[in-house]
Structures are given as C-alpha cells and as structure tokens.
Write a protein that binds this ligand. Sequence first.
Ligand SMILES: [Zn+2]
Length: 372
Amino acid sequence: MDFKESPQATLFYLHMLKLPGLIDPHVHLREPGAIHKEDWDSGTCAALAGGFTMLLAMPNTQPPILDGASLELALLAARGKARCDYAQFVGAGAGNADAAARLAPKAATLKMYLDQTYGELRLDDMSLWHAHFEMYPREFPIVVHAEGRNMAAAILFAAIYDRPVHVAHISLKEEILLIKAARQHGIKITCEVTPHHLFLTTPFPVLGEKEAGRTSRRMEVRPRLATQMDVDALWNNLDVIDCFATDHAPHTLAEKDSTNPPPGFPGLETALPLLLTAVDRRRLTVDDLIQKMVVNPRRIFGLPEQSETWIEIDEDAKYTIKAADLFTRCGWTPFEGWPVRGRLRRVVLRGVTAFEDGKILVKKGFGRNVRG
Ligand SMILES: [Zn+2]
C-alpha cells in the first residue's frame, strides 16, 4: 500500500484499523554501553510490538556517539541486531562540530543537550553552540533538549542562523506558547511531545509513605512531569505539536528503585495504545496520529518512505497494560495497570510480517539503516 499521495487510515474489515508504519524520532537503545537496560535487539522488538517500523536512536550511549569511530560502533551493533528500520543520532560535543557535520549524511541528525539529562553530553556554555549551528548541514534539523529559558535561547539561535531546530519533548505551557509565537514569526521551529507528558502529571497520586517514596523515584524523568495546567496546555495546542515521540529511556526496576534513580521511562510499547484510547475518548483523531507519528517525522527529518509497510489494529480490543507483557528489557512501565482500548495485531515491514499477535517474526538484522 502506498501512503505517499494521501496518507490515510483504511477501515478494511470489522473494526480493524490499518495505518502506515509509525516512526519514533526519539529513542534510547542503551547500546553501546548499557545493554543490561536495553540493546538494539530488545529495543527494536519493543518498537515493532508498539507499531513503530522506524526509530531514530539517541547518542547518549557509552561511549557517546561523537565521531566516526563511535558512530560505527553503534551502527555495527544495529546492523547485527535491529529488527526494525533505524538511523543513529550524533551528539554535539565541545569540540566536534566539524566532525559531526561531516557525519551528517550517515546520521539521523545532530542532538544537542542544553539541559541536564542522563549521560555526559550537556553543553553548558552558549559559546559552544555557535559552531554546531554554523556547520551542521541546514537540510537537517538540529534537535535540542532545551527546557524553559534554555529553549528560548535555542529559538534565538534558530532565528540568528535561520535554520531548522526541532525541540525534543516539550512539557510546559510556557514552552508550547513560545513555540507557537516563534513559528508565527517565521522561525523554523518544530517540536515533539511524549505520551508521558500528555498522560501523567506531578504530583503523582500514590498511597502511603513507603509507596510514595518508591513512586517518586520511579517517576524521575527529564523533563520532569508537569502540572495539570501544563498538560492541559499541551492538549489545547495539539496543532502546535508536530510529533509524538516516546523518548523511550529504559532503566531497570532495581536502578529506578535505588536511592539515586536515573531519569527516564520506557515508552515504545505503551504510546500507541494510550493514544488510541485518547482517540476513543475523542481527545484526538486518527488523522492526528498519522500526521504526528508518520507524516511529520518523515518530513522534518527527511526520512525515506518505507514501501509495503503498515500496521493493523483491533480498535475494539480492551486490555490492561502490564510490564510482564512487554519486550523492553527494563521490566517496568509507569503505566502499569492502565486500561486501554485498541490492540496492535500485525506489523508488515517492507512486505514481510514482522509482528503478529504478540510475536516478533523477523530475525535480528532485518532492520535497515535508513541513512545507510
Ligand atoms: Zn531522550
């Protein structure tokens, strides 16, 4: 099926919904370096089980992806293990603007960390931003992790250098309103929001003191969960949101329950059922899903069309999200016990059934590098 001319959902038999394969532009696969949390095998199984046929992998691995050698290390693992299609980000470091720009044809695009995150890629000094904005090829957006006033600074850089910038995981009312205003002034800004920032708020409701401590550690994520007012602002400005991205950031349950929990949630397998449930509740339309999970990420990141690729969903199936059913290696989900409506039945990738009724049917290495 060709979705190029007019991307659309097809109702093809009783309450079965057929959509194009989904694209997740923001995923942490933890390989190289921390494969006890996730690797290119378990992470791409989770992607297929969540309806994603293509993902863009973030560069804050160990080592971080900053040059040709580290990029090759990640792509070597991907070539051997990936089961869905992919591309790998390069990270913006203090002295690699030239090297990163030269790697652009092989990379998803450039990721700049302007705020605290997991790993060591944060660029504190604004004087380090210039070289990247100057040198990275303008046909690719620079993706920024930039919260609040750092986001305002990144938007100023987009205006000064007149180049596309994509803001990762926005979570606040002040952020979405600023992006809306910047865009009205012709600044080349796009943005994404995660399901957890659409469906979870702080304070997270919990029972009892012991449970409260554990839950607050598990709920560590960057950007932090926001208030109901912020969440409402995201829902009220859906037209400003270009993409839904999971920011799948797996850490094991033991790590999350430790005294120094790393920030991040798994999300590849819960995004689609949560968003389909929102469609069922008339908060979104199926066309919103197609625009924000296929059409816009493809356009913004300049990704190729995947021929003969689609997913089939039983719209009426109701079930409860359980970590025990997930392919991610991390072993938990912040949405444990949530009732959802809409179950993924089948994923066809490049003409091959890659997932059907809970089973992964393609081998390691089936996935292709879309920048290869
Ligand atoms: Zn991330």
